[in-house]
Design a protein around this ligand. Sequence first.
Ligand code: IPE
Ligand code: IPE
Ligand code: MG
Ligand code: MG
Length: 333
Amino acid sequence: MPFGKIGQTLSALEIFDLVRTDLAKVEREIGLESVASVEAINYINQYLQSGGGKRLRPILVLLSGRLFGEVNPGLIRMAAVVEMIHTATLVHDDVIDLAKTRRGRPSINVVWGNHTSVLAGDWLYMQAFQIALRERHFPTLDLLINLTQMMVEGELLQLERVGKIGVTEADYMELIDRKTASLFSACARLGAISVGAGEAVEARLGEYAWNLGIAFQLVDDILDFTSREKILGKPVGNDLREGKVTLPLIYALETADAEERKLVETVLTDGNYDQVPFSKILHILNRHHGIERAQERAESFTGKARAIIAEFPESPYQRALAAVTDLVTARDH
Ligand code: IPE
Ligand code: IPE
Ligand code: MG
Ligand code: MG
């Protein structure tokens, strides 16, 4: 499906075509590097790798690298590294969130239990660093370690706020900056670093991807209300059930009356929709334009991302990076 103005922007398939060969190498790299001397890790890694996923982060690394240079083994390795870090965070995230499904299948914690999942996530993190270490490039390791700590801090901050109705927009932005946008930014930077693009370019591409990442999480949080489990591959209405107040709800609560607030609070404390059905929450969101406003906010971030990428010399990769912004806001999963 084409997005935006035909002839100027690329479709998802065209973007994918640009990196298809490189991405196959990334998959191979991940497969080769996901072998441990313990069977459980091998089963889990196979399950994870065959379970789909959009591979958006490695695609970002590849497009960012290709924007300024040729593909090289370091670029492929970095793309594998970010996907492995992403996967490790998801494995741990599903333990924390008590998630039942991921990528349309039972999540690792459901199949193997919490204990094994935590250790498998640890193994994946370390394997990602092991691969990164092969570059013998300290700035890369510095970036990856800062990033991982940042993401863990994001998840910790989120835990502190679970069940709290008074989360502000600023709190929320701080959180998604850490847990999601930081990884997106790192992907673009790593792509630039791998082809020796120079610091100025690296920083600007990082800003592009940061804006993209913020929009991506905003849309993830919108889809949690508006999508269906079959399409999303994970349950809907889950954030509120888990005690997370995300931006659509933060906006709606600004103008909600006392009774509506009480209904939201009930779901937050109960951790289920037994007393207050999900449809009731959707009604509150619609009445106060929570989804609409959050979507506009997401689009303002992709707008910034697009403006930054427009500064770069025109090429198929530059157009692809511009088109990714449309995919993020128009996506359904
Ligand atoms: C899920 O990321 C975690 C968030 C940052 C919302 P994705 O939606 O990219 O997950 P996969 O890799 O495609 O499953
Ligand atoms: C994103 O948060 C998870 C990480 C960045 C680790 P969510 O908790 O919203 O992600 P999903 O919805 O479970 O994929
Ligand atoms: Mg989660
Ligand atoms: Mg989510």
